[in-house]
Design a protein around this ligand. Structure first.
Ligand SMILES: CCCCCCCCCCCCC/C=C/[C@@H](O)[C@H](COP(=O)(O)O)NC(=O)CCCCCCCCCCCCCCC
Length: 215
């Protein structure tokens, strides 16, 4: 478990998805977006090492993006829109294979974007779940309706097994560190829409530039 000073509060993390929205939801600040993911990874780590194969991949992708942000062309990576324009205009995106620019910002964010859909579905299921709902079932349903469509069999299998290790609903709510069950439900109702708005904007931007199937 995490030490007390790093105590996780899901509300703060989800609010990163609010603070990353700019220009009337027509752009996303990458630094805040990545902060949201970093907080989520912390939360996942606090659930135990069973999810380390997931957090490793997420951390790796966050790191790729942070390197772009800190790099010589960092200003081009301030927002999602500026990143897409820059990488497309300078041929930094592999549209057909996965060789010349294997880790472009566009394909890296696409992986996180797909995971954001899973998060959105999972949190919405948790919010509307009954007391006797199983978190593993809610998580698996959300996964099958989103990320699983992009994963090979072996990852789907591993993920599905790991979901059984998720804590029960009341324990899960407790770890979120938000308050009573009612307060958790209220917080999810307030905060999940921000993640949805980020998801919708990204989906529209990527669709407009035909980036939704990047290898
Ligand atoms: C709290 C439960 C956590 C369950 C996590 C559910 C998601 C399962 C995802 C399984 C991913 C397995 C790792 C490998 C993935 C990659 O193959 C694959 C493709 O990448 P590539 O094209 O570079 O090869 N990567 C991905 O699809 C990106 C996955 C990123 C997952 C980030 C998940 C962070 C989860 C944060 C949990 C926070 C939960 C908060 C809820 C209260």
């Amino acid at each position: 478990m995490s030490s007390p000073e790093e105590k996780f509060c899901l509300k703060d993390v989800l609010l990163s998805f609010k603070s990353c929205l700019v220009d009337n939801d027509q752009d996303v600040l990458l630094e805040h977006y990545l902060n949201g993911w970093k907080g989520l990874v912390k939360f996942m780590n606090s659930l135990g090492s069973i999810f380390s194969f997931v957090s490793k991949d997420a951390v790796n992708k966050i790191q790729i993006m942070e390197n772009f942000l800190k790099g010589t062309n960092g200003e081009k990576y301030q927002t999602l829109r500026s990143m897409v324009e820059y990488e497309l205009n300078s041929n930094k995106v592999d549209l057909t294979n996965h060789s010349n620019n294997p880790n472009s910002g566009c394909r890296t964010i696409l992986r996180l974007h797909r995971a954001l859909r899973w998060l959105q579905l999972f949190l919405e299921k948790l919010r509307t779940s009954s007391e006797d709902s199983k978190t593993s079932t809610l998580c698996a349903e959300a996964y099958n309706d989103s990320l699983a469509n992009f994963h090979p069999w072996i990852i789907r299998k591993t993920a599905t097994v790991a979901f059984y290790a998720l804590p029960a609903r009341n324990k899960f709510f407790e770890v979120m560190n938000v308050g009573t069950t009612e307060e958790v439900i209220e917080m999810l109702g307030e905060a999940v829409p921000y993640a949805s708005r980020v998801y919708d904007f990204t989906q529209e931007l990527y669709s407009k530039h035909n980036l939704l199937d990047l290898p």
